[in-house]
Design a protein around this ligand. Sequence first.
Ligand SMILES: [Zn+2]
Length: 301
Amino acid sequence: MFRKNVFVIPALLILTFACSQAAPQPSAESQPTETQPAPVTEEAAPVSNPPTLFYISGTTHIETKSQTWPDVDAYLAFLQQVTALGVKWSVGADVGWLEGEPRAAELIQASEALGVQWDVHTHSPQDRAKAAYLITQMGGHPNSVVSGMLISEFDGIGAQTYQGFTWTPQVLWGGTNCAGHRPGCDDPAAGLWMPLNSENYFTHDPNGRYIRVGGGTHQLDDGRALAQAIANGQYDYPVVSFTLMVSPTTLTIVNSGNGMAEIAAFVNEMNSYNFVRWATIEETAQAWVAAGSVPSRIEME
Ligand SMILES: [Zn+2]
């Protein structure tokens, strides 16, 4: 019950520490105060910074080409299982799928009933309002996430209107240096910041308009390593982000053979850390703002 309250945790740690120190002492009478070792230096050190919270999201992209479309039943079963584990998922589907998949409305509505969010993922930057509009036409509720973009498109990001429907982006995920997932194209950084401009995309602009949520490498072992680094106190950032990404056709983590069994094991492991939070990409950005918008870009290779 305490895990949702960021501000309770430091107090809890202090209390827990104080209790564990106090517990073995028999009584005030048998342990006169003058004989007790002075605990001041031991107790003062570990509580100077609030703990880093590790926000983990999950997502899938569905492309316009029909060879990459998911089997709707298999994908819904995946979403049921992964959300039952407590993972917050989002989907970004390009307009070809939104217009061409006969069961698109069914998948959108059934997934939203599971708590899944619909991001906006289009390879053509001018299609974003159209994708968002199509989602609403099928009973869905597109959020403010640009899920996937070229870094060079950043300066042109803004509200768009399609068929009278205006969609306003606020969050960016998956910015790449070049198309096609070639070496050097994807930015595998974790963490959040507000990019300054296309030229200085990795520079945090405190007055920026868009929040970049870094998904990292998406690999389970890299998520484990990041959690361990946080546990070791390696970062001062209030919020760090990481995203699991699953292929729509294989339903395994991209560039790996890791499926539901491995994801479930990962979730169990992460739940042993009191600083892990499960949130969608958009919710991760909101949590970052609530925690003070401290830039937390972390390189992952
Ligand atoms: Zn795509």
